[in-house]
Design a protein around this ligand. Structure first.
Ligand code: ADP
Length: 519
């Protein structure tokens, strides 16, 4: 039995084939036992054709062979008394007709089988496509873009070169184009994406799904207009409940214009991902603001701390100046000395502010070659008043022929002032004869200098040592607790370091100053 026949078809074909047997018998009888002088055996062809639909290829060949044998047999019976040319020719014609018919049936059969195979492959691929389409968790749509393509081509033919410009100048064009896109099918994920209630038909046109801003739709239309064959991008769609969903949209336009009738569109819901990204970006922005605010806060605290010393010195010098003026006659040489010290202190206060401002603005600070020996001498002069006030002696030991360092002078000076101020404070409680601060400057390896500030105060308890460089840690009633933390940050910022430890009788702080500070 042949493939590809339904039950009904088979019954019908069997009924028809039933006629083949009596017909074969009748043809044989007439051919063998009557004297009709014609190619009656040709009628075997009819019997073969009747039976062919229900016969396999082998059975067809067998049936054709049987008919051939019957034709021979009938010829032999009918011409037992001798052969004549006309009857022999009729036999040959009949056999030829049978052979040709059998060959045609077999060829038809092969074509039929091929057709069935092609059909089943087609329906298998169709059902595979359907099941992928239906069961995919990606929202898939089948859309007909043929009409919109025609519309866009007609615009092109009418002389439009740039669709985006044309569409923004003619707002109705977008709406008209969109109305020509038809939705043919949507899978469950797509229905879920737009929140379509079960049993409800998918909207045939897109208008209800598009937000007022049709930016991504304009890009898709532009892609078709330019003959592009793929579009991928983010876009927003409006769900049934009116909420907006952000989706990643991917579609590929076929090369064959006819296939524009069925374009698959895939959408990935990225609403949550985008929300998380936005939240992350907001959090980052907040964090940056908070960090900036914290930096500003620390900077203000640092400014207040750093300016304390020059402003204090200014006040002292101003008071001294007034005293020299009040003398009768006024001591103008001393007045001049005080005024010059006031200028120096104001200049330093201004340098501190400028450097801090440049630091905040991330501007280039002023790098220069600095002789640390000169810097230490200058700083000692700056702190002269405090040292004298508290009766503190400051000594300096310098290694021979030290190189200069390339750094921001004011930064190094501020660190040193902090350390000396702390030292003065530390020794203020010991007898005047022991109020000593020793500075020693020397090399540290080949790439740095070491500047040590050692005092003979009480030193630091384990608890203090632990928090020494922590911001806002202070044990002083009027302290701010930021001097050491800023100093360490300053030294580390230039590629150096600042350490603090106890020495025998007192504390020892060491600044490691790189020969070339990092900028
Ligand atoms: P502040 O001087 O405003 O307290 P610092 O950061 O300069 O802030 O110092 C933090 C703390 O470290 C001080 O309060 C003090 O307890 C301790 N400290 C700093 N230098 C010395 C020192 N030379 N000897 C003993 N303790 C010190």
């Amino acid at each position: 039995m042949k493939d590809g026949l339904s039950g009904q078809d088979v019954a019908q074909e069997l009924r028809t084939a039933m006629f083949a047997l009596p017909l074969t018998g009748a043809v044989f009888y007439i051919d063998a036992f009557t004297t009709i002088e014609s190619a009656i055996a040709v009628l075997y062809v009819v019997a073969l054709l009747l039976a062919a639909p229900v016969l396999s290829r082998v059975a067809t060949i067998a049936a054709a062979s049987i008919c051939g044998v019957l034709a021979f047999l009938a010829f032999a019976i009918g011409h037992s008394d001798g052969l004549d040319f006309a009857s022999s020719l009729r036999l040959v014609v009949s056999l030829a007709a049978l052979s040709i018919t059998c060959a045609l049936i077999l060829r038809n059969d092969a074509a039929h089988n091929q057709l069935i195979q092609a059909n089943s492959a087609l329906s298998e691929s169709e059902s595979r496509y359907r099941s992928i389409f239906e069961e995919s968790r990606v929202a898939l749509w089948e859309r007909d873009y043929s009409l919109v393509r025609e519309f866009l081509l007609s615009l092109k033919a009418a002389g439009v070169h740039d669709f985006r410009t044309h569409a923004s100048a003619n707002p109705h064009v977008m709406a008209e184009a969109v109305s020509r896109i038809r939705t043919i099918a949507a899978n469950d994920a797509a229905r879920e994406l737009i929140g379509l209630p079960p049993g409800q038909q998918i909207p045939a046109t897109l208008q209800s799904l598009l937000p007022t801003n049709m930016e991504s739709m304009a890009e898709i239309l532009d892609c078709i207009f330019r003959g592009g064959n793929r579009f991928e991008g983010k876009c927003t769609i409006v769900a049934y409940d009116g909420s907006e969903r952000e989706v990643l949209l991917s579609l590929r336009f076929p090369d064959d214009p006819a296939a524009f009738r069925r374009v698959a569109v895939a959408m990935f819901d990225i609403t949550h991902r985008e929300k998380t990204h936005r939240a992350l970006r907001d959090a980052q922005a907040e964090l940056t603001n908070a960090a900036r605010a914290a930096t500003m806060g620390a900077m203000s605290a640092s400014l207040a701390h750093e300016l304390n010393q020059p402003l204090g010195a200014l006040v002292v010098n101003a008071q001294t100046l007034v005293r020299w003026l009040d003398k009768n006659p006024p001591d103008l040489v001393a007045v001049r000395g005080s005024a010059e010290r006031m200028i120096r202190d104001s200049q330093r206060a201004s340098d501190i502010i400028l450097n801090t401002r440049n630091f905040i603005k991330q501007k280039r600070r002023k790098f220069e070659e600095v002789s640390i020996t000169d810097l230490v001498e200058e700083t000692r002069a700056l702190m002269d008043h405090e040292l004298q006030r508290d009766s503190v002696q400051l000594t300096l030991e310098v290694e021979e022929s030290l190189p200069t360092v390339y750094a921001v002078r004011i930064e190094l000076q501020q660190v040193l002032i902090n350390l000396i101020s702390n030292g003065i404070h530390a020794v203020s409680g010991v007898p005047e004869s022991d109020r000593l601060i020793q500075l020693s400057l020397g090399r540290k390896g080949s790439e740095a200098l070491s500047l040590k500030v050692r005092d003979f105060g009480p030193g630091m308890s384990d608890d203090i040592k632990e928090k020494l460089f922590a911001p806002f840690f202070t044990t002083k009633p009027n302290g701010m607790g930021i001097g050491l933390s800023i100093s360490r940050a300053t030294m580390e910022g230039m590629g150096g370091s600042l350490t603090g430890m106890n020495a025998t009788n007192g504390a020892l702080f060491e600044m490691t100053i790189p020969l070339r500070a990092t900028q």
